[in-house]
Design a binder for this molecule. Structure first.
Ligand code: 13P
Ligand code: SF4
Length: 305
């Protein structure tokens, strides 16, 4: 049997079915290459909200496809690999957050987008790594008591920058949290002219030695406009693909070989093709949960303008 050319078949099916492919920067390179929209968690959620396609194939992890479904409830949202989860999102439940809320009824709950729809539904506002600092600052300026959940590292970084104390959940992304500072310093020793650029899910000791801290999209924009020629990148390795494509004259090194999100790497081109062809792995969100989560998501969109 002749081999299937997945890229051209995906292109054909997209047209036939009025489908779009959204992919996160941590996806495998060949999956990024077939995407109509490549982005960070914020841009992809905005794209899902605004698209007029009938089908969204979300190449990312489960909470991202779920967020797309909440924001685009009339569309069919498909996730090529159903068990592509996020360790940070899996570390917090609605029950645990609700219990906190019951004990602290005056506290505003700002929740990272890397959470389930259930968790978003008991939150006051959602944020991503792109707008997290701005949103937290907004609530602090308004004199509110806040809990930031679940990423302790972005929370601690926001406290460090704002000089203000607030409650932070103790969750984390294991890929970023366990990045060893010594590995990054070894890279710096090998490449002394390289700038260290890091995602705020890394611990404060990494952020303190970084020349720039930002979300995936912010890191990609930073390297594009920077005059520097070499970068040590402290986030999941997938971002090196767009960085290298956009900057053929610059060199990129990973902060450590351990910076791989295996959930993000589960999706292959074949999975994308099968999912689109058979319209399998549809994502559903309970209507009541979606309605509550949407309020928190729209608060984020309003505050991140
Ligand atoms: P971004 O918001 O930068 O896309 O990050 C998402 C994520 O999962 C980081 O680990
Ligand atoms: Fe979740 Fe971490 Fe993977 Fe991002 S890198 S999707 S936070 S497990």
């Amino acid at each position: 049997m002749a081999e299937i050319d997945y890229s051209s078949e995906i292109k054909r099916l997209k047209k036939e079915k009025n489908a779009v492919i959204l992919a996160h920067y941590y996806q495998n390179d060949d999956v990024q290459d077939v995407a109509d929209y490549l982005g960070d968690s914020l841009k992809l959620s905005q794209t899902a909200k605004d698209t007029d396609a009938d089908i969204i194939v979300f190449c990312g992890v489960h909470f991202m496809a779920e967020t797309a479904k909440i924001l685009s409830s009339q569309k069919k949202v498909l996730l090529p690999v159903m068990d592509a989860g996020c360790a940070m999102a899996d570390g917090i439940t609605r029950e645990a957050l609700q219990a906190y809320k019951d004990q602290h009824p005056d506290t505003k709950i700002i929740t990272y987008v890397n959470t389930s729809a259930d968790v978003k539904a008991v939150s006051d506002c959602i944020c991503t790594s792109t707008n997290g600092l701005k949103i937290i600052q907004h609530y602090l300026d308004a004199g509110e008591k806040i809990l930031y959940a679940p990423d302790q590292n972005l929370g601690k970084y926001a406290m460090h920058l704002s000089g203000k104390e607030f409650e932070v959940w103790n969750g984390c992304c294991p890929i970023h949290h366990f990045l060893d500072k010594n590995k990054v310093l070894e890279q710096k020793k090998k490449h002394p002219d390289a700038l260290i650029i890091s995602h705020p899910e890394c611990q404060l000791d990494i952020l303190e030695i970084s020349d720039y801290v930002g979300s995936t999209a912010q890191l990609i924009s930073f390297v594009k406009q920077s005059k520097a020629k070499e970068f040590i990148v402290c986030t999941e390795q997938g971002v090196l693909h767009p960085m290298e494509l956009q900057n053929p004259d610059k060199k990129f090194y990973v902060g450590s070989k351990s910076l791989v999100c295996h959930s993000m790497k589960k999706t292959s081109l074949e999975d994308v093709y099968n999912c689109l062809k058979n319209e399998t792995n549809e994502i559903f969100v309970d209507e009541d949960v979606a309605q509550k989560a949407i309020n928190a998501l729209y608060t984020m969109f309003a505050l991140s303008k």
